[in-house]
Design a protein around this ligand. Structure first.
Ligand code: ARG
Length: 262
């Protein structure tokens, strides 16, 4: 009697083990993750940040869009991209409106109080855009003068430039909804410079004749994916996916596609 009971137990354990394995397969994995909408990975971004995210026709493309799609595929989830104001992304992730914030977003101490960040998948640094014929030849000229500086609201460019120490101070900041809006103000002579991440700065200068980039002494920033603090399972899966996508060269290929090294 005892041995039969043991045998049955063993069979039950084996069966549930098989079931466990089966539910780990690609398609059913997503359903085990707790996301805002079942079976979906809802990503908040601000798609005016070429080459990381931007509109092409009716699509949002770019490095972040492609990396997020590759992660969603691995997790067995359907990627849904929401284009929202940059300064609403962290609050939205924190409030559980979006699963992730993926927007060329820099990891900062302050943001870490509100959300968790994945491992970093790219880096950036703040650059200054001025008109080609601008009297501003260096960041020092910019800091010492009385020029207004345009930034995208809530970005690290906004944060650095608003500081009296190292920036121009709150009084000389003009905040815009996008880097592009700031560049329009620069071209029209409303402001003297724009502070924005280096790759978007290059895209903006390429798209708008008569502008150039000044280098800055700011530190390199790490871009990562913001995840709600209570969703540690999702964060772990994203980090695992990022590690695999880095190892197999997918991330490198995506970055190279949008930022060719030659
Ligand atoms: N890296 C900067 C930050 O985290 C700027 C990001 C802006 N991103 C965007 N998609 N508009 O603040």
């Amino acid at each position: 009697m005892k041995t039969i009971a043991r045998k049955i137990m063993a069979m039950v354990i084996a069966a549930s083990f098989c079931f466990g394995l089966a539910s780990c397969s690609k398609a059913s994995k997503g359903s085990k993750l707790n996301t805002v909408a079942a079976g979906k990975l809802t990503m908040a971004t601000n798609a005016q940040f070429k080459p990381y995210e931007y509109h092409e026709g009716d699509k949002i493309i770019g490095i972040d869009a492609e990396i997020a799609k590759a992660i969603a595929d691995k997790l067995g989830l359907e990627l849904v991209i929401e284009d929202v104001p940059f300064d609403s992304i962290i609050a939205g992730v924190q409030a559980g409106k979006y699963d992730i914030g993926c927007a060329g977003m820099t990891v900062t101490e302050d943001r870490l109080k509100s959300v968790n960040f994945s491992t970093s998948y790219a880096t950036g640094i703040q650059s200054i855009i001025v008109k080609e014929d601008s009297p501003i030849k260096s960041i020092d000229d910019l800091l010492k003068g009385d020029y207004k500086v345009g930034v995208q609201s809530g970005t690290t460019g906004d944060i650095y430039m608003s500081e009296e120490d190292g920036g121009v101070g709150e009084g000389r900041i003009d905040r815009y909804n996008s880097g592009n809006d700031a560049v329009i103000a620069l071209t029209s002579g409303k402001i003297g410079a724009v502070c924005i991440d280096n790759e978007p700065a290059k895209s903006l200068v390429a798209a708008n004749p008569g502008l150039k980039i000044l280098e800055t002494p700011y530190t390199e920033e790490k871009y990562a994916i913001a995840v709600n603090k209570s969703n540690e399972a999702l964060l772990a899966e994203i980090n695992k996916a990022l590690e695999e996508l880095t190892k197999d060269g997918t991330i490198g290929k995506i970055i190279e596609k949008y930022i060719p090294s030659k």
